[in-house]
Design a protein around this ligand. Structure first.
Ligand SMILES: C=C(O[C@H]1C=CC=C(C(=O)O)[C@@H]1O)C(=O)O
Length: 414
């Protein structure tokens, strides 16, 4: 565990209400100084600056980060005039998919601005309230795309290999991912794709933490005052742009035994991981079809009442749920070992939990899908597909291409 920024004995944290129209749009006020974001339908929280941060790795990456956060909260002198989830000190986090390799990060920004319904607020940490005028617009990058660790043909043979292993009984499902590399002449400003993604994919959670940017449709876990929810996705069909055809395709997806099987594994893995923490749970019997601009997914919203909110935070729940079968597979351990053995790339923080938590332990943790890692002028885009015994490598390649669209378009829009 590396503490990136140490603070003095005390952190002075102040949350003050803002007039609902004090900020035009949350992203418009975020400067280039270490921006963080968690926005859906124009609501959520953004932040900038670093008051404190920690980097963790390995199998204790979640528990080490959780311990650090408890210490930070204990050292905070909080004045909170809003007292809603997401007010007071809030840490934004992004966790590596695998125990090894990969770094995870949790950061307490100096400034956090939030909006929820008619409520708006600002939280400062050892800072004065800044001017909330819109910043200069970020520059649009000019990028060229190239293959990542594997080209399309190579990746299809990896998928075919997984299908063979599944059909001979080694495992039931594995999620295999691939990457694309975008290169620019100058450093890419994360605020550019963030603005595009939040506009084009308003129903997704548009996130950015320490270079990892994306718009995810999948909520691993949200905990708010004892209530826990999770949106499980698995099973995908591409949209055509023709509404009538897409409706027919949605009906096909809802009846597809291959997609229903893939989905069932994901729901089961989430329900089983949440169960020990809940006094009651609702797991719908059949999924609904979630429509996004690029794809449609089978989706199930799992809900529960937690009985251990005093001792188990939303981050602890995310750790218990990760990796769900929407990004790992079934059985989990066999699937993650197979990913390491055949996928041929380091996922980094792609497909890991990304989100935030507050001093009470409430928070939201999505799965970092439809995402990319920005590192100076280089951007690595990721997309993965659930593979079961009846998967067709060519169809999976096409699905992965559809899943690249959000970030790809966000980088090329001008
Ligand atoms: C792993 C990804 O998607 C998961 C989430 C929804 C649907 C999926 C699927 O149908 O394969 C994947 O399990 C990704 O977008 O990179």
């Amino acid at each position: 565990m590396t503490t990136e920024k140490t603070t003095g004995e005390h952190l002075v944290v102040r949350t003050t209400p803002l007039a609902p129209d004090a900020v035009d749009s949350l992203l418009s006020v975020v400067p280039a100084d270490n921006p963080v974001s968690w926005i859906r339908n124009g609501e959520g929280i953004v932040g900038w600056g670093v008051a404190a941060a920690v980097r963790t790795s390995g199998s204790t990456r979640f528990s080490d980060a959780a311990k650090w956060w408890t210490e930070i909260v204990a050292r905070s002198e909080v004045t909170n005039e809003v007292n809603e989830p997401g007010t007071g000190p809030v840490a934004f986090g992004s966790f590596a998919f695998a125990d090894d390799p990969g770094d995870s990060v949790l950061v307490l920004p100096r400034i956090i601005v939030g909006r929820r319904g008619n409520l708006a607020w600002i939280t400062t940490v050892d800072s004065e309230i800044p001017d909330l005028a819109p910043t200069d617009a970020p520059r649009a990058p000019v990028v060229t795309f190239g293959d990542g660790a594997r080209n399309g043909d190579e990746w299809m043979s990896v998928v075919a290999d997984a299908v063979t292993r599944i059909n001979r009984g080694d495992l039931e499902k594995v999620v295999l991912a691939r990457d694309l590399i975008a290169t620019s002449d100058e450093d890419v400003d994360a605020r550019w794709p963030l603005r595009q993604l939040s506009t084009t994919y308003p129903t997704c959670w548009t996130f950015h933490v320490d270079g990892l940017v994306g718009a995810t449709p999948e909520m691993l876990v949200r905990r708010e005052r004892g209530l826990v929810t999770s949106r499980v996705l698995a099973g995908t069909i591409r949209r055509t742009g023709d509404d009538e055809r897409d409706l027919a395709l949605a009906a096909t997806l809802a009846r597809s035994s291959k997609d229903l099987e893939e989905h069932e594994y994901a729901v089961r893995s989430v329900a089983e991981a949440l169960e020990p923490h809940c006094s009651s749970m609702n797991v719908p019997e059949a999924p609904f079809v979630l429509h996004l601009p690029n794809v449609m997914h089978l989706a199930t919203d799992v809900a529960g009442v937690v009985h251990d909110a005093a001792s188990v935070s939303s981050l602890d729940l995310a750790a218990a749920l990760h990796p769900s079968a929407a990004v790992g597979g079934t059985p989990t351990e066999t699937a993650t070992e197979l990913i390491t053995a055949i996928e041929g790339m380091d996922r980094g923080r792609y497909a890991g939990p990304v989100g935030w938590l507050d001093a009470a332990g409430d928070g939201e943790w999505g799965i970092a899908l439809r995402s990319a890692h920005i590192s100076g002028p280089t951007v690595r885009l990721f997309a993965g597909c659930g593979i079961v015994g009846s998967s067709d490598p060519e169809a999976e390649l096409a699905e992965s291409q559809a899943k690249f669209i959000p970030v790809r378009d966000a980088l090329t829009a001008s």
